[in-house]
Design a binder for this molecule. Sequence first.
Ligand SMILES: Nc1ncnc2c1ncn2[C@@H]1O[C@H](COP(=O)(O)OP(=O)(O)O)[C@@H](O)[C@H]1O
Ligand SMILES: [Mg+2]
Length: 267
Amino acid sequence: MNAHIAPESSQAGSTQVGPVLVVDGLVKDFDGRVVLNGLNFTLAPGQSTALIGANGSGKSTLLKCLIRLIEPTAGQIKMLGRDVCALNTRDLRSFRAQVGIVWQRHNLVPRLSVLSNVIHGVQARMSGPRAWFQALAPAEVRAEAMACLDRVGLSDRAGARVDSLSGGQQQRVAIARMLMQRPAFILADEPDASLDPQTGEEVMALLLSLVRENGLSLLMISHRLEHTLEFSDRILGLAQGRIALDLPTAQADAAGLRRFFDHQEPA
Ligand SMILES: Nc1ncnc2c1ncn2[C@@H]1O[C@H](COP(=O)(O)OP(=O)(O)O)[C@@H](O)[C@H]1O
Ligand SMILES: [Mg+2]
């Protein structure tokens, strides 16, 4: 375990008693069209869970509902001990700071340095220009950003402009920026989707190492079955708006997962 990385979140991850996430009767419809139809599931801390399902089955919608980037229609969400649906705007902001998100597209600022981009992750906890520009950031923030870059294997590129990096390196910078939030829980929506197979695998391995070595909890979506099998402890399958599959990854195989997809209605 790297003592320099996110000490608070590591504690939060490893000392969390009880589930990190309880989803109870979650419903989401868009103008009456039901996408999530009463989901129930619970996640234990310190695990990597993969969410699978056909295109359009509602995987991204579920992830966004969990932090209310999309407002659920009905149901309850308890994450990291917080009643997510009951949070007011201010509490929602502090809650979201504890949740790191890795998207397929990372929204880094291409013309700024790698280190400045990582420092931006502190804005979840701290605001103002000192959180924005590398030269103005307090020494301890810069040191923590360097530790986060080291954690993703990119400390030697701190001064480089983001747009000079490869796609895989940029995704790792986005993960370093996310670590600056000191998250306890990570949501990852196809973080490997726009990367070549080997780079995508490295990014998935990095996320799993945050679970194994830093005690974080991970809920991730990958469209690659081999990544689902290699980088998760548990697999949840979404179909017709419900959890239609829930099994330990050790009991899953590619043929079985493919059958799950094949039996789904087209979206
Ligand atoms: N903001 C939105 N407004 C209307 N419909 C949406 C919105 N977001 C997603 N949907 C619909 O919800 C369904 C699930 O989408 P999504 O969660 O993106 O699926 P997945 O991530 O599994 O591919 C799709 O039919 C999609 O068109
Ligand atoms: Mg999606």
